[in-house]
Write a protein that binds this ligand. Structure first.
Ligand code: MEV
Length: 357
């Protein structure tokens, strides 16, 4: 699926993928490179232009946007994002004034689990920004995907204090991508061939949010905690090596060993949770070669890597995890990410670089 999808006279659509961070979490905040992969899950935003507003008094305080299908709390978030768009978007040809005079209806569909570290807020920001860019451009901008990413990144500040741009990059571009930080507003990103083996993306409820977890590591780093300094540097080194390994099509064993090493460091950083540990142990019982905490930690996302001929074991683990964890009082979701060559024929068409990996 491509980010810039259907544009009609009155309806604009944007899509944002969920994400799984493979390597580089937390280290990325300090400039180390990171590697991630889009999930075959997405959020879609439809923005329908309903025509000119008929109210006699149009004040900028009154939003021209309605989202009748959403629960109240989500409607409030959507209104806030809508106002953010007016603040951040470029005002080419007095577009913003023109848009203020119109009524829009917003519909959102999503199968990205929320508050699980799988990039639901980035997916929503990317979908919102994609619909806006489709409306704004037709396609005047030379690189509308980059414009969408920048806009989505700005929107994501509403959810995370200092997002690195990784989640929104994966949400907008899809695929497997590296991210290199060079001091710009956004990192440089490059599409890589997706790993040629099954990866299970799993998630449990989070005990804390990304903002708090990143702030906690920052505090310890600034206080000179040697464990934190060393762990971040090693996570950065592992991520750098994993990017090269994945780019070179390294075998599953090599990448999984790097995942195990990174996991130990994330545990040292106290980002582990009981449910994640249970899930990673279970993955090993199902034959996983390796696995790790993924993303900010404190619960949330984790991943397990299987050998290329172990797609069935990966699927069995993904199916068993929610049931088994429920029996211990926990809760989990899991999805298998298959490389294009291991996908059933009907889904192979999705295996482009701009789409889920
Ligand atoms: C969150 O998915 C990854 C972190 O490194 C934060 C970030 O990069 O924005 C913890």
């Amino acid at each position: 699926m491509h980010q810039r999808v259907g544009v009609s006279a009155v309806e604009y659509t944007g899509v944002g993928f969920g994400k799984l961070l493979l390597f580089g979490e937390h280290a990325a905040v300090y400039g180390y490179p990171a590697l991630g992969i889009a999930l075959p899950l997405c959020t879609t935003v439809h923005l329908v232009d309903e025509g000119l507003r008929t109210e006699l008094k149009r004040s900028t305080a009154e939003s021209g946007l309605s989202a009748p299908d959403l629960p109240k709390k989500d409607r409030e978030i959507v209104q806030a994002l809508w106002e953010d768009l007016f603040r951040f978007a470029s005002d080419s040809d007095n577009l913003l004034e023109h848009l203020r005079e119109r009524r829009f209806t917003l519909q959102v569909r999503s199968d990205v689990p929320r508050s699980r570290g799988l990039g639901s807020s980035a997916a929503a920001c990317a979908a919102f920004a994609g619909a806006w860019t489709a409306m704004e451009v037709g396609s005047k901008l030379p690189d509308s995907q980059h414009a969408t990413w920048l806009l989505a990144h700005k929107l994501e500040h509403r959810f995370h204090g200092t997002p690195s741009g990784i989640d929104t990059g994966l949400a907008v571009y899809g695929g497997c991508r590296s991210f290199l930080f060079n001091g710009g507003e956004l990192p440089e990103t490059q599409a890589l061939p997706p790993p040629a083996f099954p990866i299970v993306a799993a998630a449990v409820p989070r005990g804390s949010d990304t903002k708090a977890l990143v702030a906690g590591i920052r505090r310890r780093r600034e206080a000179g905690d040697p464990v934190v300094h060393q762990a971040l540097a090693q996570l950065g080194r592992i991520s750098e090596q994993a990017i090269d390994a994945v780019a070179d099509g390294a075998p599953a064993e090599t990448v999984a060993a790097a995942a195990n090493e990174a996991d130990s460091l994330l545990v040292e950083l106290e980002l582990d949770s009981e449910q994640v540990r249970y899930g990673l142990r279970l993955a090993k019982e199902y034959g996983a070669l390796g696995g790790k905490i993924s993303g900010a930690g404190g619960g949330g996302a984790f991943l397990a890597m299987f050998a290329p001929n172990q797609a069935e074991a990966a699927a069995a683990f993904a199916a068993a995890l929610p049931t088994k964890l429920k029996k211990t009082g926990g809760e989990a979701e899991a999805i298998v990410i298959l490389p294009p060559q291991l996908r059933p024929p009907s889904t192979k068409a999705e295996s482009t670089t701009s789409g889920p990996a």
